[in-house]
Write a protein that binds this ligand. Sequence first.
Ligand code: FAD
Length: 490
Amino acid sequence: MKRIAIIGGGIAGLSAAYELEKHRQSGAEIDYILYEASPRLGGVLQTERVEGCLIEAGPDSFLTEKPWASDLCGELGIASEIIGSNDAARKTYILLNNRLIPMPDGLMFLVPTQILPTILSPLFSRSTKFRMAREYFYPPHDVTSPTHGEDETVAALVERHYGREMVERLADPLLSGVYGGEADQLSVRAVLPRFADLEAKYGSLGRAMLAQKKLNQRSPTPPRPIFSSLRDGMSRLVEVLATRVNPGRVRTNIPITEIQRREYGWLVNTAAGGSSFDAVILALPTQAAAQLIRHSAPAVAQELAEIRYSSSITVGLVYDANIQLPEGFGFLVPRTENRRMLACTFVHNKFPHRAPENRTLLRCFLGGSRDEAALSLSTDEILTTVRRELDEILDLTDAPLAARVYKWPSSMAQYSVGHLDRLERIRQLLQETPRLTLAGNGYRGIGVPDCVRTGREAATQMLGYLGFLAETPRIEDPVGTAALGRPALP
Ligand SMILES: Cc1cc2nc3c(=O)[nH]c(=O)nc-3n(C[C@H](O)[C@H](O)[C@H](O)COP(=O)(O)OP(=O)(O)OC[C@H]3O[C@@H](n4cnc5c(N)ncnc54)[C@H](O)[C@@H]3O)c2cc1C
């Protein structure tokens, strides 16, 4: 009997446990234990019902185009509970000089593909519009150039194509919504790999997106909603997963303090003592993983510790339905507006089943890499700030019927320039540290689908090492190309 420890009971750790349990039930002679430091499973996935509304404390959805979360829902028998975003009502605003300006139609992430709405939009100055037009004529990249294939920041790529204004008004707010990060820091190759590839092929991002659009239009399958969620909230996925993992193999309230290498495998230490395992899956934020292997694999630990994280605060606010709001999904706030709020989602518009007829539900975001200090504000201070800013932006003076504040310290991995090179170094170092593998949001995509995928892949990889699969699966771990390609917010 081989023993595997999974450390971390977020969606990545739970997905790993589910995969191991499936193999155990099919006869693999394995035993596994999932250790979770907190009293509850799910990590940042947490749903609360307040005043008849469904408030998501962490993620509210997953990108439909990334199949791993919906595939898992299918396997768990809850595919019929998947709901799509109300894309017909999709309209997102950018706050500019304290006015909400709709993002022009035809914007594919941040690339304009329709001329008229872009020309008419007050979001961009005349000189940016001129650059957008000129961008269509950019030639493909010179693949023989010495800089071809080099990583750079998202800001550098966007600025090269559209100028600084596009970085400040679109790229930066979109990335702070998704990653809590900055366009001036995040790596194109890790965060927007598709853009880097399209640029190399077409030169112009505008032409590339138009080609993509034509392909999509030719596809016989009707367009699917951009975001998917579960009718009863993201916690439902955790709830159902937890029922598929043997409860006798789950230990909550047990923080692991260190793991130590032994001849047979690993000694996993808790405050109460150690247990022996043949293999370990670290399904943790990279900083926490680094801490556990600081003595047994210091070189890997150092690389992991250098992957930075930002913190996030979400605020759920329930109002009476008669408050006046613009239509659409919500708004993003560029840094140049000097506000604490990064974004606000009109949740009742974005998804069905989130608020009853007589309620309106808003979700605001604070924190991010530029405002770690927000984490030290009290709940009252956060609510006062959010209410003041909502009043100034939306003229919303009504008091909410209920409010919830959730703090997620060091929860959003920041893939900075060189991230993929770092992952390659980690991959090589891990070859000298067998029977240890990594899963979670620090590597190949921060979203829920990628975390599901890394958890399941980590489990399969360990089963391969331990000889339970015909051959050890070839997993591009941890260098992948499936990082986030579209914003999840709002
Ligand atoms: C506010 C917010 C909004 C988001 N919105 C979206 C969205 O809309 N769509 C989307 O796809 N993604 C979204 N994300 C990202 C996504 O939710 C996360 O990246 C993903 O859920 C992380 O899962 P995980 O299992 O890797 O990590 P976590 O959820 O962080 O789980 C790690 C677990 O490890 C435990 N742990 C830590 N140290 C130890 C230890 N020493 N011993 C034992 N246990 C330990 C922790 O307690 C935690 O439960 C959002 C994230 C946040 C914070």
